[in-house]
Design a protein around this ligand. Structure first.
Ligand SMILES: Nc1nc(=O)c2c([nH]1)NC[C@@H]1CN(c3ccc(C(=O)N[C@@H](CCC(=O)O)C(=O)O)cc3)CN21
Ligand SMILES: CC(C)C(=O)C(=O)O
Ligand SMILES: [Mg+2]
Length: 258
């Protein structure tokens, strides 16, 4: 059965929501067959699929290209696409135009937008246009140039209060859910209590309404670079390299083709 934003909203307080990233046709099929609730075409594709150092170089065109490939897998999971770097800082008209294209051209069913209170308020226009929005607070990787690196958020009482205010702003703007990245576990639990929409965590502990993971982190496909919170559920990289080395050997020894 097709998962909708309504399905996701109703899962709060019932059972944890499972979100996984996908970047192309094949990873979308894997996520679909595994039965996840939501697929995120994350701008982390900049790191995992395109070889960039951060998500800053990821363009709207790149997101459209990858999202359309994921959509062609016709996932039963709700399909969400990240709004990439700086788009939400432009005019509301431009933000609305990009979100519209992510749905109409990319085939996404909802969008995720990194931002605090100001961006959250701007996103009310997107939600009112009929585009479901997930907010993204805590560590916002698109802010890496200002942050100078990645860190945990919400450790101090002051920062916890800011995050709770930001979460309420997203809820007020009509966001259907909220993502919290690299957040102090107690703060993440406090935010989850404070709002009526579901929270999805990554590096934010057990106290959220769901979890999200990058597919290449879960499958162990990356070359050594893993965030501390990621779990390798299998080491596919070594299995794949071994298989491909065997192919090379068999060709060189004239064993393949038989
Ligand atoms: N492969 C991958 N997985 C991700 O989860 C991910 C990406 N790429 N790219 C986009 C963002 C960036 N994210 C990241 C990346 C690194 C850390 C990290 O290294 N965290 C350290 C602590 C921070 C530090 O000391 O720099 C950690 O140990 O978790 C955290 C989030 C999450 N996202
Ligand atoms: C790590 C998740 C939350 C994300 O935004 C991405 O994959 O781009
Ligand atoms: Mg992202």
């Amino acid at each position: 059965m097709k998962t909708t934003t309504q399905t996701i909203r109703q899962l709060k307080g019932k059972r944890p929501i499972v979100v996984l990233t996908a970047y192309d046709f094949i990873t979308a099929q894997l996520a679909t067959e595994a039965g996840v609730d939501m697929i995120l075409v994350g701008d982390s594709l900049g790191n995992t699929a395109l070889g960039y150092e951060s998500t800053i170089p990821v363009t709207v065109d790149a997101m459209l290209h990858h999202c359309a490939a994921v959509a062609r897998a016709k996932p039963s999971a709700l399909l969400m696409c990240d709004v990439p770097f700086a788009v939400a800082g432009h005019s509301t008209d431009y933000l609305l135009d990009v979100c519209t294209r992510l749905l109409q051209v990319g085939g996404a069913e909802c969008v995720k937008i990194e931002g605090g209170k100001l961006i959250a308020e701007k996103c009310a226009s997107v939600a009112q246009a009929g585009i479901p929005v997930m907010g993204h607070i805590g560590l916002k990787p698109q802010d890496v140039l200002q942050l100078g690196g990645y860190r945990k958020f919400g450790k101090s009482a002051a920062e916890r209060q800011i995050l709770i205010d930001e979460a309420r702003a997203w809820e007020q703007s009509g966001a259907f859910a909220l993502l919290m990245e690299m957040m102090d576990f107690e703060t993440a639990a406090a935010v989850t209590e404070a709002i009526s929409i579901p929270t999805i965590g990554i590096g934010a502990g057990q106290g959220t309404d769901g979890q999200v993971l990058v597919i290449s982190d879960a499958l162990g496909l990356n070359a050594g670079k893993y965030p501390g919170f990621a779990k390798k559920f299998v080491d596919l990289r070594s299995i794949a390299v071994e298989a491909l080395a065997q192919y090379a050997t068999e060709v060189r020894e004239r064993k393949f083709p038989e």
